[in-house]
Design a binder for this molecule. Structure first.
Ligand SMILES: [Zn+2]
Length: 297
């Protein structure tokens, strides 16, 4: 499933190839993905110039001329492929991803024809992704966007915001960090890594991490670890963003090199220097948590 850093890589790829170009035509090959396409979706986005591509949590927000936002969520398996004379690129594609969408594949549901002759193809074999469009001025009240917490990046999330989000919460810190109202867009893998880096036990109650007032040491550490883990992952994704074309070119795209310190490492030695613990796996809110009980307190 694409996590926030992967979505950010997709955003960069779309921004690079779509912004400044007009949507000349739209082809939609079914009525719904996870949800039905909004009424008049094609006619709303057609003939508008893409001004820029932004992101909020894991939502891609394609800003169109005339104050319209076209929202796209990749769900579990959504991907965009850009095709043109000079480009052939699937930004954010994983190592184990499906073949590049040609525009004629069985799961290529949306084809956007840009006025410069290139195409953007949205493929989604599991169809958990979805699209919407709405007046940009209504973003604050949009049902999917209105309650989302601060972005996990250094220019948004502050220790005091995090403390405020956690205070009074009786759930474990692991679950609290997955709550999109507390911090936007953190997935299971990254939360495990963040807590390990911050030396905080995933089982500790969120309210105890927050403390009674001000900003606790643990909140400081979790905030810093969040910034670092997300920034590193975004940088790793960004470094894979290359256009390629031709046979064999697919290999050249590269993929995310995730160097996880705890995720998926059950039974192996903790990688923190000076720690002699072993990584454990427990289940919290039906999700696997990997952590080291020796150095995470
Ligand atoms: Zn450890």
């Amino acid at each position: 499933m694409p996590e926030l850093p992967e979505v950010e890589t997709v955003r960069l790829g779309l921004e690079r190839h779509m912004s400044g170009h007009m949507v000349a035509d739209v082809e939609i090959r079914r009525n719904d993905l996870r949800f039905p396409f909004p009424e008049n979706f094609s006619s709303t986005i057609r003939d508008r110039v893409v001004e820029r591509v932004e992101r909020r949590a894991k939502y891609l927000l394609i800003r169109l001329q005339g104050g319209i936002t076209w929202l796209c969520h990749l769900g579990m398996s959504g991907r965009w492929t850009l095709l043109g004379d000079e480009i052939e690129s699937t930004p954010g594609r994983f190592a184990n991803g499906a073949p590049v969408g040609s525009g004629d594949g069985p799961h290529d549901w949306v084809v956007i024809f840009l006025e410069n002759g290139s195409r953007a193809v949205y493929s989604d074999h599991r169809r958990f992704g979805f699209m919407d469009c709405f007046p940009s001025a209504e973003q604050e009240t949009h049902k999917l966007l209105k309650d989302i917490g601060p972005e996990p990046t250094p220019d948004h999330l502050t220790p005091s915001q995090l403390a405020e989000g956690l205070r009074g919460k009786r759930t474990p810190i692991k679950s609290a960090l997955l709550d999109q109202r507390v911090v936007a867009g953190l997935g299971n893998i990254y939360v495990c890594e963040i807590l390990h880096r911050a030396c905080v036990s995933p089982r500790r109650k969120a309210s105890s991490v927050a403390g009674k007032s001000g900003v606790s040491n643990r909140v400081e550490r979790i905030t810093a670890a969040t910034h670092d883990v997300i920034t590193e992952a975004i940088d790793a994704g960004g470094s894979t963003l290359q256009d390629f074309r031709g046979v064999g070119g697919e290999e050249a795209l590269g993929y995310f090199v995730h160097n996880f310190l705890v995720y998926g490492r059950e039974g192996q030695d903790c990688l923190r220097e000076s720690c002699e613990g072993v990584v454990k796996r427990i289940v919290q809110s039906n999700r696997s948590t990997f952590f080291c009980s020796s150095c995470q307190r």
